[in-house]
Design a protein around this ligand. Sequence first.
Ligand code: ATP
Ligand code: MG
Length: 154
Amino acid sequence: MFTHILYPTDFSDTAGKSLAYLKALRPAGAQEVLVLHVIHQRILDTLDTLHAVVYFQDGRYHEDREKAEQQLVADRTEKLRKIASELENAGYAAKTVLRKGYPVREILKVEKEEDVSVIVMGSHGRNNLRGTRIGSVSEKVVRRSVSPVLLVKR
Ligand SMILES: Nc1ncnc2c1ncn2[C@@H]1O[C@H](COP(=O)(O)OP(=O)(O)OP(=O)(O)O)[C@@H](O)[C@H]1O
Ligand SMILES: [Mg+2]
């Protein structure tokens, strides 16, 4: 029933806790995990702002801006790869997907594009505010997804 898992991660502690649950689902018949990270549009916009300042100082906006984004992509790719190889060691076929944009939108897009039977994600993410019962990404995904969602509590 839960053969194809979509695992969106922001590399937070709570998202990381999902790994134990993912591993437990393997003997229950799960076969594949798609590990997804979305580089938030806000971060890309921040890069633009920061490097616009540099531009006014020495005119190197484009070069530095591109370098910063490439480093970001390399870092996130490496993190995804590590998680995938941990899942492969647990007997899964693991795929990684890196997207840019808004997490909820991209998670739901990937859900549509791929053959997903369950989404496994954290109840909270990197913000992890004390008072919040559930993060905004998990809340919207639970509301809008077609697949069942397993929310791992913080
Ligand atoms: N950029 C992202 N890419 C992939 N998955 C994400 C991303 N952001 C959040 N998630 C997933 O959603 C879960 C819940 O994170 P969420 O962002 O909703 O909580 P939060 O950071 O505590 O609060 P908020 O972002 O609403 O202030 C994470 O554990 C992770 O599984
Ligand atoms: Mg968040």
